[in-house]
Design a protein around this ligand. Structure first.
Ligand code: FAD
Length: 342
């Protein structure tokens, strides 16, 4: 079997990696990803047990290539949120009801877990070096009834084509008249300085709506928010997030704001599976890429090779007919406010 994988980041290289391990001839066509950060955060503190299990599996995958740095994670959330996913997945956590270093309302609490900083760029580049990679932009075309991938003027064909090109997936599918259940949006983050404690933590404040992680000594990255694809961040974006951080930690000063294009499915999470005969996708990794990307790539590779895989919540087939007018800025599967205590 020969598979052409389009894309150059986590989704593409891990899919090709697993296909290769399964004895399949895989070629990756994609340019080098422009990761905004040197490390991405892998958290296991998520409200859906399936996501947590994928994150645990992905962490084990990364450990084969790198030494992920453990870091204390705190999630600030209302008391009515259910922590069942952590219990079911066996994630160790501690509840903090009150702390002098963060301002909490009486109806809020903190869940402390462990996150991991993953040098994703390094891992992706390492795998790119071991796989057959064509460093180029690709487009799709149907020639004599067969799907062809074209890059640098060369035609590549395979028994299977996998789209794993992040925010590029929908454009690629539309080149052959297909519509994917994926939408793009603009995500933003600001580099900031603030109290020392923030630099040591990975923070998710689901009540006020911001997250942060350490960057280099004296600086952290904080963000959230959603805009139209390709749009610049609002001029006051950095200060808006800094005000939210200040409400919890006293003060924060934004230095620089950057944006990136993210992609999400109607479930607010990632999808993988077969779109049409011989055309597969792994996309919608949203703010999840490092957490679930490697584990889902393994599932996709198994599906391609064996034709069998459970119809789980991530299967794209579930959403192919989903054509109502959903807004990529309202759904977010990894937000804790989506699960209520029974
Ligand atoms: C500011 C910011 C912070 C983030 N922080 C985190 C975090 O802490 N933890 C986390 O898990 N996730 C985080 N994310 C999300 C994470 O970056 C994505 O989930 C992840 O990069 C998705 O991986 P991917 O391989 O699907 O797509 P991408 O990383 O976007 O890679 C897509 C690749 O395909 C290539 N491509 C696109 N179109 C084509 C084409 N036509 N032909 C060939 N190649 C093509 C691109 O050049 C790129 O190389 C963050 C995102 C942003 C913007």
């Amino acid at each position: 079997m020969r598979v052409v994988v389009v894309g150059g980041g986590i989704a593409a290289v891990f899919t090709a990696h697993y296909l290769t391990l399964m004895g399949v001839e895989a070629v990756v066509i994609g340019d080098r990803p422009k990761y905004p950060l040197t490390t991405l955060v892998l958290t296991q503190s998520m409200p859906h047990v399936d996501d947590v299990l994928l994150a645990k599996e992905s962490l084990e995958v990364y450990r084969q290539f790198t030494n992920p740095r453990a870091i204390t994670s705190i999630d600030i959330m209302p008391r009515w949120v259910s922590l069942d996913s952590l219990k079911l997945a066996g994630v160790r956590y501690r509840i903090i009801e009150d702390a002098e270093w963060v301002r909490l309302n009486s109806d809020e609490f903190i869940v402390e877990t462990t996150d991991y900083l993953i040098p994703v760029r390094r891992v992706v580049n390492y795998l790119r070096g071991r796989l057959r990679v064509i460093d180029a932009r690709a487009r799709l075309k149907v020639v004599n009834g067969s799907l062809v991938v074209i890059a640098n003027g060369v035609r590549y064909t395979g028994d299977v084509v996998v789209l794993a090109a992040g925010p590029g997936n929908s454009d690629l599918a539309s080149q052959v008249g297909l519509k994917l259940p994926l939408r793009r949006y603009q995500c933003y983050a600001s580099l900031m300085t603030g109290p020392g404690r923030i630099m040591k933590l990975s923070i998710g404040d689901d009540v006020l709506g911001w997250y942060s992680r350490p960057f280099i000594p004296g600086l952290f990255i904080a963000g959230d928010g959603c805009g139209k694809p390709g749009e610049w961040a609002p001029l006051d974006y950095g200060w808006r997030i800094a005000r939210l951080v200040s409400r919890r930690f006293g003060w924060a000063i934004p230095i620089l704001t950057r944006s990136g294009t993210c992609e999400v499915s109607p479930s607010g999470g990632p999808v993988y599976g077969e779109v049409k005969d011989g055309l597969y996708v792994l996309g919608g990794l949203d703010g999840y890429g490092s957490m679930v990307g490697p584990a889902l790539a393994r599932r996709l590779a198994e599906l391609v090779v064996t034709g069998k895989a459970p119809i789980d919540d991530y299967r794209v087939e579930k959403y192919l007919e989903f054509n109502s007018n959903w807004d990529p800025c309202t759904v977010e599967r990894h937000n804790w406010l989506t699960v209520v205590k029974q």
